[in-house]
Design a protein around this ligand. Structure first.
Ligand code: ZN
Length: 539
């Protein structure tokens, strides 16, 4: 039995009854035990351990920042043992790996590798668990851990809580402690609590508003929320600029929009977006968790992006979504230019953030725009029905793609191939637009387009593929990429069949158009989207 702890952890005690130490690697906190009697299938045994996590003195870098005077945030992977070995524990640094004669890249198992679906990507030594946790901290701080509070006591300057879960959770949980101010509201049977540092109160009402909207959307379209509480817990910025979802507990850095100035209505509401993304993980990770192979994070990060995107779409409408999608598109295009590995199609993503987040948003948004939000949500309900809270075999991205195919009509199957199975890019140029006033006072618009669909391989080599799909073609008062564009600037928009090569689209519009072109809402992965549109000349 291989038992590993984080390298810097002090192991005070480790008892595995009926086992003896066979070898150990103290530099790596790695021990190998032999069991005197083999462990039988279905048999359980108990191991006990005690560890200390601390740092003496200060280092130039890599200091312990998760345990601090006010705002501690740790997860169990730091404090407790991992049984067995997986490649994430191997040397990761590409340069160092080369120095030791190792292959520079550690790649994930390929999508569909036999046996890879026996473990989930969070950890290999556990499936779904129940937790019974006791956390002790300073008496003037509030400790929080996943599960429902069953007791709280204060003695000798220490506050102790006991929490128990009543539905299955991943073996991945947090403990936090700080001098929190708590704002709690009850919404349709769910306690929504925000635990924050008192001076950082600005966005607390917005966080709660976003949580309510997200709960409503996810419960109406996916499945019931498995808990009756959700806590958002602020942690100090030096620990990192991220938010992370644990069972009914969302750790959220002050550094990512917790303290942002969110008053400008023209800016993307990142507070709602982050909260909706993290809450979505209560379904996409904490109900359905992917197998540890290529594509695993499509089932968590991409679906959380989609879910948050739908909350934003319903809250703010198409103008905010256009800004959001443009941001995602720019980030994706930039990200793919800097990948040191090979770019993968979405269904084979190897934890590349520009793919599972940025491209994931674009893919899912376009899909719901093309086959309908209800169809996408039916597929997601099917995925939950088949896999929620179930152990091995864990689902892969192929299960999602298959469910989407079931819900998509025959003429959108190629779109699903292009979005998930290929790296698909478009070049669409609006080359000429002419308008002519008609006798009835309206205008005839004649738009010439040059369209191209390309498939890229992992190294960026492109091959042209026949394009045959429906695209929004429209006439506008303001160029969509310019500040000042909104849905009010859209004179006409019609979904039009577009094929590869040069073609002419005609439409009749109600007022004199200044700009004409395609895809003003950035739903497609078009590289040179500013060439999508052109100025209209009077004919
Ligand atoms: Zn996420």
């Amino acid at each position: 039995m291989h038992v590993r702890f984080v390298r810097d952890l002090i192991i005070d005690r480790l008892d595995i009854p009926g086992a003896h130490l066979q070898s150990q690697y103290p530099d790596f906190n790695y021990r190998v035990y032999a069991l005197d009697q083999p462990l039988q299938p279905g048999e359980s045994r108990t191991m006990t351990f005690a560890t200390t996590y601390r740092q003496q003195g200060f280092r130039n870098s890599g200091n312990v920042l998760d345990i601090v005077g006010n705002g501690t945030f740790v997860n169990d992977l730091i404090l407790s043992p991992i049984i067995g070995m997986d490649q994430r524990q191997l040397l990761q640094d590409r340069t160092k790996r080369r120095k030791y004669g190792l292959p520079a890249e550690l790649r994930m198992p390929r999508l569909g590798t036999p046996g890879a679906d026996q473990v989930n990507y969070i950890r290999h030594d556990s499936d779904w668990i129940t937790a019974d946790l006791t956390v002790t901290t300073d008496a003037d701080q509030i400790p929080v851990a996943p599960g429902y509070l069953t007791s709280e006591t204060v003695q000798d300057g220490r506050r102790t809580i006991h929490c128990v879960t009543d539905s299955p959770i991943l073996h991945f949980f947090s403990a936090q402690s700080a001098r929190y101010t708590v704002s709690s509201v009850k919404y349709k049977g769910v306690d929504i609590g925000v635990y924050y540092d008192a001076p950082h109160a600005w966005n607390v009402p917005l966080i709660q508003k976003g949580m309510k909207a997200a709960l409503d959307y996810y419960q109406a379209n996916f499945s019931p929320y498995q808990f009756h509480q959700v806590r958002v817990l602020e942690f100090p910025a030096p620990q990192g600029a991220f938010a992370q979802s644990f069972a009914n507990t969302i750790a959220w850095s002050e550094g990512i929009f917790f303290i942002a100035d969110n008053r400008d209505p023209d800016r993307i509401d990142m507070v709602t977006y982050v909260g909706a993304h993290e809450l979505a993980h209560q379904w996409w990770a904490h109900q359905v968790i992917g197998a540890d192979e290529q594509g695993s994070t499509v089932l968590s990060e991409t679906l959380a992006q989609y879910s948050a995107g739908m909350v934003m779409k319903h809250m703010y409408g198409p103008d905010m979504m256009r800004k959001f999608l443009k941001f995602e598109l720019d980030s994706y295009l930039k990200g793919r230019g800097g990948d040191v590995l090979a770019e993968q199609p979405l269904e084979k993503v190897e934890n590349q953030q520009y793919i599972h987040y940025r491209k994931g948003s674009l893919v899912m948004y376009r899909l719901q725009d093309q086959i309908g939000e209800d169809a996408v949500n039916r597929a997601l309900r099917h995925l939950l029905h088949d896999y929620a809270f179930k152990g091995p075999p864990y689902p892969t991205s192929l299960a999602l793609v298959n469910d989407l195919r079931q819900e998509a009509p025959a003429d959108k199957q190629q779109l699903i191939t292009d979005l998930f199975e290929k790296i698909t890019l478009y070049d669409i140029k609006a080359t000429k637009a002419v308008s002519k006033k008609r006798a009835d006072g309206r205008y005839d618009l004649t738009l010439t387009l040059d369209a191209k669909k390309l498939y890229a391989d992992g190294q960026g080599k492109e091959t042209e593929a026949p394009m045959n799909e429906t695209v929004d073609v429209g006439a506008f008062d303001v160029e969509p990429a310019q500040k000042g564009f909104s849905s009010k600037s859209v004179i006409a928009l019609q979904r039009t069949a577009i094929h590869s090569g040069t073609q002419v689209v005609t439409m009749v519009v109600n007022r004199a158009p200044k700009i004409a072109g395609v895809d003003p809402y950035n739903t497609m992965i078009v590289r040179n989207y500013e060439a999508n549109v052109t100025k209209v000349t009077a004919g």
